[in-house]
Design a protein around this ligand. Structure first.
Ligand code: CO
Length: 149
């Protein structure tokens, strides 16, 4: 396990579309473990692989209720609306108000390739949306309605 360097806004890797994960091997497991340690080290609640320079569709999330790993995630259902504060480890020190769906269901594979569905509300729904967007090269700053001090 290791802490990896987090890429920050301006690094073009953050604007690229990530590739589908096809190998659920030890290399992927090490990446996921490193991503989790890196996220925790920086007190984040989510991290996507491009943020550590890897263009693969892999995400880790922990909003305080335990680790969630999403490989090849797709949002399959969303409802409601929430507007709240959002930040990103790749955009340090910046917080802005972003409107997101309030309930989001994601279909994803686990680290061994098994498909599952997970539904999140409020902060977890927000994290699902934020992290999946990273995999398509988008940062939350594109959606900020108002920057917060
Ligand atoms: Co982010």
């Amino acid at each position: 396990m290791a802490i990896r360097q987090i890429r920050t806004q301006g690094d073009e890797i953050l604007n690229k579309k990530c590739k589908t994960v096809t190998k659920f091997d030890e290399k992927l497991h090490i990446l996921l473990d490193d991503m989790y340690d890196t996220m925790k080290d920086r007190d984040g609640v989510g991290l996507a692989a491009p943020q550590v320079g890897i263009l693969k569709r892999a995400v880790v999330i922990d909003i305080g209720n335990g680790k969630i790993e999403l490989i090849n995630p797709e949002i399959i259902e969303e409802s409601g609306s929430q507007t709240g504060s959002e930040g990103c480890l790749s955009v340090p020190g910046v917080w802005g108000e972003v409107t997101r769906p309030n309930i989001v269901t994601v279909k994803a594979q686990d680290r061994d390739g098994k498909w599952f569905k997970i539904t999140g509300e409020e902060l977890l729904a927000r994290a699902f949306c934020h992290e999946v967007e990273h995999l398509d090269g988008h940062l939350f700053t594109e959606k900020v309605e108002k920057y917060l001090e």
